[in-house]
Structures are given as structure tokens and as C-alpha cells.
Design a protein around this ligand. Structure first.
Ligand SMILES: Cc1cc2nc3c(=O)[nH]c(=O)nc-3n(C[C@H](O)[C@H](O)[C@H](O)COP(=O)(O)O)c2cc1C
Length: 193
């Protein structure tokens, strides 16, 4: 079983990444393969609304030359998908939003490629607006017939402005560990293990 996490932060070693690595420690202990991928800070483009994916049904987006199709292939292969973002003006980063729009369309155009996978949103924030960012991610999972995984609190970590601040949020990191255990539990059930 494999879980991928896609980091929407343009800081690959920032607070969101620390939260994901904490969660991955538990998944590794549970015997689940993990891979951390980066969309934040890349040149990913938004959906062009060309609807070529609906016509071609070839499992890919017609926009090439950016990271999208490689990330999409990884999403389709994975049993669990974690989408993570810092909170930017009470929402997710534009790179993660581009991934959500395009992956939602391509997966649905091809008969529901995310159906019955496990999904979890992870959000880093400094002060406020995290719940809206969290909701933005969960909308994708809901419309794609995925099963969402929660924790003992919403899947947040409080960082300050500086990359690394989230290490001081012990409750937030414990929350990530619990999220890892719940994700592993769900994946075992889904795979009859
Ligand atoms: C453009 C921008 C907008 C931000 N907007 C918010 C916000 O609305 N609410 C908040 O709590 N933090 C906000 N922040 C702070 C980040 O969410 C916070 O520093 C987070 O820990 C960064 O995660 P990272 O290190 O993974 O990039 C903003 C930061 C930036 C750069």
C-alpha cells in the first residue's frame, strides 16, 4: 500500500513539509510506503477549460510541459492521497488549486480514477483562515467518491512566519501522528488486511 503527499507550499522545507514528514513516520511504522511530492513553487498551470480530457479520455491533461501529468500518474497509482497547503489569505496556494482543478477534471473524465481511495487534507497556518483552506481540499475528495480521514483535531499545524516554527506546535504534530494511524487503519480496511 502506498500513500503520497503533495506539498502545496513553495517552501519544500517549511512547516507543511515538517507536518507531512511527521505523519509519514507513523505510516512507515505501519508498513505503508510513502512518497512526498512537491507542487508548490512549480510552474503548474491552471485548467484551460478546453475539455480535451473529456473528449480524449486518455488519462491525461492536454496541457503538457509542467508537472501536472507526472503528479497525476502518482495520484492514480496511490492508495491514499494527502494534499497539503499553507494557508494563504484563508485559502490554499494557487499551485495546489491548479492541481485540484485539473486532477478533478481528468480523474472524473476517465471514469472516476480516484474512486474509493483514502484522502486527507493537511493545512499549516499562522493565525486564521485554515478551516477554509481545509475545506477547499476536501471538496476534491468528496466529489471524487474518496474517503476522507480526520484526526483528533482538524488536520492543522500552527507555524509562524518562519519555516520550521511548527515544531513548537506539539498538539499539531501529535495530530499528524494520529492522522497517520487513522489513515493506516482505513487503508487496511479498504484492502481487506
Ligand atoms: C502570501 C501569504 C499569505 C498568508 N496568509 C495567511 C492566512 O491567511 N492565515 C494564516 O494563518 N497564515 C497565513 N500565512 C502564513 C502561512 O500560512 C504560514 O507561515 C505557514 O506556516 C507557512 O507554511 P510553509 O512553511 O509550509 O510555507 C500566509 C503566508 C503567505 C506567504
Amino acid at each position: 500500500m502506498k500513500v503520497i503527499a503533495i506539498n502545496g507550499s513553495p517552501r519544500p522545507a517549511g512547516n507543511t513539509s515538517i507536518m507531512l514528514k511527521t505523519l509519514f513516520e507513523v505510516l512507515t511504522e505501519e508498513g505503508i510506503e510513502t512518497e512526498l511530492l512537491q507542487v508548490g513553487g512549480t510552474d503548474i498551470r491552471g485548467c484551460k477549460a478546453c475539455y480535451a480530457c473529456i473528449k480524449s479520455k486518455n488519462g491525461h491533461c492536454s496541457t503538457t510541459g509542467d508537472v501536472f501529468n507526472d503528479l497525476f500518474d502518482k495520484m492514480v497509482e496511490a492508495d491514499g492521497i494527502i494534499l497539503a497547503s499553507p494557508t494563504y489569505f484563508a485559502d490554499i496556494t494557487p499551485e495546489l488549486k491548479a492541481l485540484i482543478d485539473r486532477s478533478g477534471f481528468v480523474s472524473r473524465a476517465n471514469g472516476g480514477l480516484f474512486r474509493h481511495k483514502a484522502g486527507a487534507a493537511v493545512v499549516a497556518l499562522r493565525r486564521g483562515g485554515g478551516i477554509h483552506a481545509y475545506d477547499s481540499i476536501n471538496h476534491l475528495f468528496g466529489i471524487c467518491q474518496m474517503f476522507t480521514v480526520g484526526s483528533t483535531y482538524w488536520n492543522f499545524g500552527f507555524g509562524g512566519r518562519e519555516a520550521g516554527d511548527v515544531v513548537n506546535d506539539t498538539e499539531g504534530l501529535d495530530n499528524m501522528r494520529d492522522l497517520g494511524r487513522s489513515m493506516a487503519f482505513l487503508l487496511r480496511k479498504l484492502n481487506n488486511q
